[in-house]
Design a protein around this ligand. Sequence first.
Ligand code: BTN
Length: 252
Amino acid sequence: MKIVRFLQLESTNTKGLELAADGAEHGTVVSALKQTGGRGQYERSFFSPPGGLYLSVILRPELVFENLPAVTLAAGIACVHFLKMEYGMELLLKWPNDLYFEGKKLAGILTETLPLRRGSPPVVVVGIGINLKKNMDVPGEIAGRIVFLENIQPLKIKLPRLLEGIVEAVIEYVNMLVMDRKKLLALYEKYDHLLNKTIRWDSPDGSELVGIGQGIGDNGQYRLLDDAGTVHLISAGSLSEAITSETRNHNQ
Ligand code: BTN
């Protein structure tokens, strides 16, 4: 496995996109101990102090454009599956890109592509950021919403094994997506954090919709059932558990 390691980068995804544009091969990995401009979904920043794992995998999968959003789902399934098999962790996925443990975020995934070229496979960079150490220096407003690998698995985790295991799993599950998209998407259900919960969709245009989470649709969108019985296929924006009067009373 070719791993290009850095002490610090602005973003492993930015470096990954640069290396990919220069011809880096399928499976090349970029990692950093800290990022100064880590990126999350929708141009949000991803706070990346020392004590986290920040990596990007360059992939050239034989996928058509419509299947590219599912690469994020494949990467999420890969991470959850590997962490379960290797360390016995029970994690869930919050569509489309977050790894959750007991309602808190452990990791995020950001998939980006180089401009598509007719006749060549797409070039995809899958970026993964995992909160590892509980002494990571995170701002107060984030601290309450995240969890660290060290809290879930107190045994010493060997970083090289963690990184390589995750990369191998991502390559394997993206390969499964290429071979059999239905099989891959069916795996999502058992890790679905939002399934059958009351959830809120914040759409990119700022509107909101509340309904019940119904799992993944055929093309990897998320299904939301509204009060009128209509199923909406969500492909952008963010989903979260809705605070209903029931959950509010329960939390008081
Ligand atoms: C999210 O939570 O919205 C996705 C976060 C993805 C963060 C990872 S860290 C490694 C890679 N480099 C980045 O700049 N982002 C991804």
